[in-house]
Structure formats: C-alpha cells, structure tokens
Design a protein around this ligand. Structure first.
Ligand SMILES: Cc1cc2nc3c(=O)[nH]c(=O)nc-3n(C[C@H](O)[C@H](O)[C@H](O)COP(=O)(O)O)c2cc1C
Length: 216
C-alpha cells in the first residue's frame, strides 16, 4: 500500500476493490473511518444516516445469494463474448464476480438513510414510502470510500440491494422509516490500489452556457 495520503492521490486511486482477504477488519478502525465520514455535509445537520455493520456469516451469505441472483440476469448479457477485453466488459465481469465472494467478505456495511420526501414532491403526490435522503447520505458514503482507501482497506459501492430490499430489511430488522442507500463490502484488498480511469473534467465542463467549452 502506498503511504501517500495526499487527498488528491487518495481520490485518484480509490478504485473499487472487490477481491478482499478474509482477515478481520477491526471495529475500532471502522469506527475511526465512520467518525470522520460522518463529518460530511448533510441537511440541517440532522445526520439522517445510520450504519449497520454486518459480520454475521449467515446474513452475508443471504445477501450474497440474493445480490448474485439480481446481478446475473441484468449484467451477464453485456459480456457474452469471452474475448471482449474492453474496459466496460472488464468492469462488468469484475462486478459480476463480486456476488459469489460476498459471503466471505469480513464486513458488509449497510448505509441507511432516513426516509423523507424531497421538497420538490408536493404533499398531494406523496404516496407510499418516501425515499431515503440520498442527498444527505451520499457525501458520507463517498467519505467512507475515501477513508477506507486511506487506511488501506478495500471497498466498493453497491446498490443492487434495491432489487430485494424489502426482504433484506425484514431479515436485518431495518425499520421502514429508513431505506438502504448503499452496501459496501469492506476488507483488506487482495490486489493493489491503482489509478482509476476517467475522462478529463474538461470533457465534462461548460462555461457560462451549457455546451460552451471553457478555454484553457
Ligand atoms: C450509484 C452507484 C451504484 C453502483 N452499484 C454497483 C453495484 O451494485 N455493484 C458493483 O460491483 N459496483 C457498483 N458500482 C460501482 C461502479 O460500477 C464502479 O464505480 C464503476 O464501474 C467504475 O469502476 P472503476 O472505478 O474500476 O473504473 C456503483 C457505482 C455507483 C456510483
């Protein structure tokens, strides 16, 4: 692991680490990361997120089995050619392989958000359960990913739980006042951290009016 804790280095090398060793992750280390991650911006400082640290093998096996069953039919059709070495195919293959490993990861971290209607949804249109407060939870999720990276822990962001969320919440006794926003498998990585591949921001940025590229 690199000791370079410069924040820009951390951001640029925090790629998803989906192959994890079975070595335990100390609770104190997780707490240190969650404490720092909780400093993220959130609406009115209400901190509408909760963390559920799952180490129980039966729960991890249940999650892995359901996750894999949800992933395979949706993503396998994207990688039918075994010779396809394109970045997308490689990315999809690594994401698909994760399901079978989930039962053995040291920690599954469930990050839950308090349900609350977005202000843009008028009262008359509010039906059923409100969504979890995504905007107040995702800054914290990203902080956790960066915190894991800084401490040499591998992690990846998953959201496929939404396909089987009701069953999962029942199993983990998550009340319906909260929704699961993200599930992070966390452990010491098998591979090495490395640079992520992204387009330069200049390809994604406009100046003053949509569609006008800034001059550099
Ligand atoms: C909202 C969101 C949901 C994601 N869900 C999953 C997921 O369910 N499973 C998974 O393996 N990766 C998931 N990812 C991770 C992305 O697939 C990954 O970051 C992307 O492929 C880039 O990979 P790279 O950093 O290796 O280039 C998700 C990312 C985001 C932002």
């Amino acid at each position: 692991m690199s000791d370079n804790l410069n924040v820009f280095h951390i951001m640029k090398t925090a790629r998803p680490m989906r192959r994890l060793k079975s070595d335990p992750v100390p609770q104190a280390l997780l707490e240190e990361i969650l404490d720092a991650a909780s400093c993220a911006p959130n609406s009115l400082n209400t901190q509408p997120y909760r963390f559920l640290v799952v180490r129980d093998h039966a729960s991890k096996a249940f999650f892995g089995e359901r996750y894999d069953a949800a992933m395979q039919p949706r993503f396998s059709p994207m990688v039918t050619d075994p010779n396809d070495r394109s970045p997308t195919a490689r990315n999809v293959r690594t994401a698909l392989a994760l399901g079978k490993r989930l039962k053995d990861v040291p920690v599954l971290l469930f990050i839950c958000g308090k349900r609350d209607w977005p202000m843009g949804v008028p009262a008359a249109k509010r039906r059923g359960l409100a969504p979890p407060s995504y905007g107040s939870v995702f800054p914290c999720v990203q902080n956790i990913l960066l915190g894991c990276r800084a401490k040499g822990l591998g992690a990846s962001l998953t959201t496929m739980h939404q396909v089987f969320e009701a069953e999962l919440c029942e199993k983990l006794q998550i009340p319906d006042t909260y929704g699961i926003v993200a599930v992070l498998p966390i452990g010491y990585p098998e591979g090495n951290f490395g640079p992520v591949t992204r387009k330069p921001s200049t390809d994604l940025t406009y100046l003053d009016l949509w569609g006008i590229a800034p001059e550099s």
